[in-house]
Ligand binder design. Structure first.
Ligand code: SAH
Ligand code: SF4
Ligand code: F3S
Length: 463
């Protein structure tokens, strides 16, 4: 009788994520595709056999961070080599896609460079490298559907890591805003089929997920067909997902104003699981700048959408993205952005200094603004947005809201969760069995970045 073969020691993969939530989703899928190859997830790069950086190219700062991390990894690779161990270094995501061969020249110790549309082929690439093959640079947009090549939802190790989950339903962008790299790094717009999305949502709900955030660079441009073969848009998909047992909450991000159709707006009025929160980037309040950005909407259209959505769901919390210091932005253009912010009243927002990106049309404009002007405008914009955010959070004091506890807070007894409006809510003296549960919380006060609340008496009874 032959001796049973000793089991190969388990290998480990570490994935570090930069950028948007779609990268968070992709990083989990990278771990999933390597699991059948015998790779477990590592807690630190030091204990890993493969380190992947899943990168973001949206602004210069984001892209540069990758190179400083690669410097640290080079040292780790040398250290491991000194001990006779190996480390495979890979770069995935949008910097990999945008820079490809150029990255190989700048960081020659990188073994693998793989764009966002080909990471499902990781096992094949890793096998080639393990057999002594040369470094791999793969930045094609292959014809095969990446999502179809991923392990089935129920076989994914990373499927549910808590009560909330992301689910990518759409990728890429055909809009070509003049400042933005996404159409180049993620390719053209693609929608996953409705049935696949529903299957994945079922698997998530079965694994204990209560809240799903649907993701896409242009999530509300999602389109597909319903079970009867009729054309469906995001509003229809949301109605289908709301029927799934166990799913209490649905969100979606990021939307483009051009794709806010009636069915989606009416879903906000009619689907209780759809949370009263909308992230709708406007970028600028100046029509001249919006045209130069190729946003294909003006401020009037944006304000009309806000009116319609508030008519459907009066308590909706609004969020947006802003860019200050776009080429040619005058003081008057900037004032128009402040005026739009005052007219709408945002519950929260993200704002950025314009960052010229290689290969995008706006980067070639002559009238780039000095950094000092961008800084000054960003500060003024953030002061106004900060006031609005504080006002919104403070207005929640005294209300009772359902909170989904998804994080442990400071100390033994604090739990942190999300309100329907996506605010972080901190609760002291919360029994641990409430983790992962939706619980009514009395809001005591609202700060700029969070709310503080307490449980009602009956919530102390153990489940
Ligand atoms: N698809 C989304 C946004 C994707 S990028 C949309 O259309 O709104 C996220 C945000 O990054 C953008 O909304 C924009 O505000 C910001 N951004 C993109 N390119 C940028 C650049 N070159 N400089 C500064 N901010 C940028
Ligand atoms: Fe970028 Fe514009 Fe597409 Fe958004 S809509 S991803 S900002 S090109
Ligand atoms: Fe960044 Fe790519 Fe997302 S550039 S924002 S990681 S789509």
């Amino acid at each position: 009788m032959t001796e049973p073969k000793p089991r190969a020691p388990r290998k480990k993969i570490f994935v570090k994520t930069y950028g948007c939530q779609m990268n968070v989703y992709d990083s989990a899928r990278m771990v999933d595709v390597m699991a059948p190859e015998g790779y477990a997830e590592a807690a630190t790069p030091e204990e890993a056999d493969i380190v992947l950086l899943n990168t973001c190219h949206i602004r210069e700062k984001a892209a540069e961070k990758v190179y400083s991390e690669l410097g640290r990894l080079r040292a780790l690779k040398n250290e491991k080599a000194g001990r006779g161990e190996s480390l495979l270094i890979g770069v995935a995501g949008c910097v990999a896609q945008a820079e490809g061969e150029e990255m190989r020249r700048r960081a020659p110790m990188v073994d693998l460079i793989v764009g966002p549309q080909t990471y499902h082929r990781l096992p094949e690439y890793v096998a080639r490298l393990a057999n002594g093959g040369p470094a791999i640079v793969e930045t094609e947009f292959p014809a095969d559907d990446k999502f179809d090549s991923l392990p089935a939802p129920e076989r994914r190790k990373t499927l549910a890591r808590g009560a909330t989950a992301f689910l990518t339903i759409q990728e890429g962008c055909d809009k070509f805003c003049t400042f933005c790299v996404v159409p180049y790094t993620r390719g053209s717009e693609f929608s996953r089929p409705l049935a696949r999305i529903v299957d994945e949502a079922h698997a998530l709900a079965d694994a204990g997920v209560r809240e799903i955030t649907l993701l896409g660079q242009n999530v509300n441009a999602w389109h597909g067909e319903d079970a009867q073969g009729r054309p469906a848009t995001l509003g229809r998909l949301i109605r289908a997902l709301a029927e799934i047992d166990g799913l209490a909450r649905l969100r979606y991000t990021t939307s483009h104003p051009r794709d806010m159709d009636d069915e989606l707006i009416s879903a906000h009025a009619e689907v209780p699981a759809l949370m009263p929160y909308l992230h709708l980037p406007v970028q600028s309040g100046s029509d001249r700048i919006l045209a130069a950005m190729n946003r294909r909407h003006d401020t009037e259209t944006y304000l009309r959408i806000i009116e319609r959505i508030r008519a459907a769901r009066p308590d909706i919390a609004l969020s947006s993205d802003f860019i200050v210091g776009f080429p040619g932005e005058t003081e008057a253009d900037f004032e128009a952005t402040l005026a739009l912010i005052r007219a709408v009243g945002f519950a929260q927002a993200y704002s950025f200094k314009y960052s010229p990106r290689p290969g995008t049309p706006a980067a070639n404009e002559e009238d780039q603004l000095p950094d000092a002007v961008k800084d000054e405008r960003l500060q003024a914009l953030q002061a106004l947005l900060g006031e609005q955010q504080l006002a919104f959070n403070a207005s929640c004091a005294g209300r009772t809201m359902p909170v989904l506890f998804d994080r442990r807070g400071r100390g033994e007894t604090q739990l942190v969760g999300r309100s329907p409006y996506l605010q972080s809510v901190h609760v002291e003296d919360a029994p641990p069995h409430l983790f992962g549960k939706l619980v009514d919380v009395e809001i005591e006060d609202g700060h700029r970045n969070s709310l503080r609340g307490r449980l009602r008496e009956n919530e102390f009874v153990p489940a």
